[in-house]
Design a protein around this ligand. Structure first.
Ligand code: ACO
Length: 356
């Protein structure tokens, strides 16, 4: 028995495949590289085909769902951490298994995150605007302004990159809940609980804390060496499945480029991140020679989301915006098997005392 269940195959899926040795991610037969430039709505169609009754105009239906869920913003509690605040609002969406529920669940983090961030800084929430794509509308609700095409494309690239990723901890959670017949809202809320942990989706905030603490490219090596000597883990490096570079790290590094060219990212920040990445990879190779440890998705996520104006406290919420589409597809796929997930545990506690 391995407590991390590595090597255990717990589902058959047509949704995505993570090849940890080749460093390749496939979503329904399409390689992540070939999804570059695809709007998130199109990836939703790709993932949901065969599992939900898709409308002719999915972007329009998702835009309507954004408007519907905006009504819940009135009940937001901005004193909570953003991820706790969006979870509380998402719990207001009634459980169901239909397209309407699925669209509301995808719309919810996209609408609630900007609203909560604005409320936290004493500003009024901005309502969704028809005619904008999903990614552009999220940035519009965040800033109150129409984003540049480069900004909208960068957020789209992020949402697409994280839309699905095999049987990761949160997706497995969604499938377990779906297998009980509980419905999509329950599956998505449980998955969100799993995602928020720092060993899963909660890492990009700490990546920026690390960049801030390092401060200058020259300080990268001594700082990282001291961290490893203390036994700390370097955030944004290592992965349970990938033994080579996480292909999502490259997809996001690529998505950053147009923002850098348009002057929408601080060039010094990018230079610092590149110096930290190079120093970290060299040190990990030297200090952990038996374990290939490479850059994971969270490292460039941190830079990209920072450049788009999201505070680090909300990074898990933005991850949720993308991954909800994948969770829903997996929940539907699991529910269709009609089989309850119920593994065994081995009892290693004391035996009952024998009566004298
Ligand atoms: N920094 C330093 N050492 C590391 C790191 C790291 N980031 N990751 C793993 N190691 C070391 C461990 O200390 C261990 O060394 P040891 O054998 O000398 O004790 C060895 O590598 C194996 O570690 P495991 O815990 O078995 O590796 P696991 O597969 O469980 O780790 C994980 C995966 C949790 C992602 C890990 O690499 C980690 O903690 N990374 C930092 C956090 C992070 O970036 N999380 C985001 C992951 S991406 C995602 O979920 C979306």
């Amino acid at each position: 028995m391995k407590s991390g269940l590595e090597d255990v195959v717990a589902a058959e899926t047509i949704l995505s495949d993570v090849d940890g040795l080749a460093g390749r991610l496939i979503m329904r037969g399409v390689s992540l590289d070939d999804l570059a430039g695809t709007p998130y709505e199109q990836v939703l169609s790709l993932l949901w085909t065969g599992f939900l009754e898709l409308p002719q105009d999915l972007p329009g239906a998702l835009a309507r769902a954004r408007t519907e869920v905006f009504a819940h913003v009135a009940g937001a509690d901005p004193s909570l951490e953003p991820v706790d605040a969006i979870r509380a609002l998402m719990a207001l969406i009634p459980d169901g298994n239909d397209l309407e529920t699925a669209l509301r669940l995808v719309a919810a983090p996209a609408v609630f995150t900007p609203a909560i961030l604005r409320l936290k800084s004493g500003q009024q929430p901005v309502a969704p605007r028809r005619g904008l794509g999903h990614a552009a509308d999220i940035l519009h609700m965040l800033t109150g302004k129409t984003p540049s095409p480069q900004q909208a494309a960068a957020l789209d690239a992020y949402l697409v990159t994280v839309a699905d990723h095999g049987l990761n901890a949160s997706t497995f959670t969604a499938r377990v809940v779906a297998s009980t017949g509980a419905g999509l809202t329950s599956a998505v809320l449980a998955a969100l609980g799993a995602l928020k942990g720092p060993l899963h989706g909660g890492a990009p905030g700490p990546v920026l804390d690390m960049l801030d603490a390092i401060g200058t490219p020259a300080n990268a090596e001594p700082w990282l060496e001291a961290a490893l000597t203390r036994g700390d883990r370097l955030m944004g490096f290592g992965h349970r499945i990938y033994r080579v570079r996480d292909p999502r790290a490259d997809a996001l590094k690529l998505a950053l480029r147009p923002l850098v060219a348009a002057g929408e990212v601080d060039k010094d920040r990018v230079a610092l991140a590149e110096a930290v990445e190079a120093a970290a990879l060299a040190l990990l190779k030297r200090k952990k020679p038996d374990r290939p440890l490479e850059t994971n998705v969270e490292f460039y996520t941190a830079l990209l989301l920072e450049a788009l104006g999201f505070p680090r406290s909300a990074f898990t919420c933005v991850f949720t915006m993308g991954r909800t589409g994948g969770w829903i597809a997996h929940a539907k796929e699991q529910a269709a098997t009609g089989r309850l997930i119920r593994p065994q545990s081995r009892y290693v506690g004391p035996a009952p005392l024998q009566a004298a």
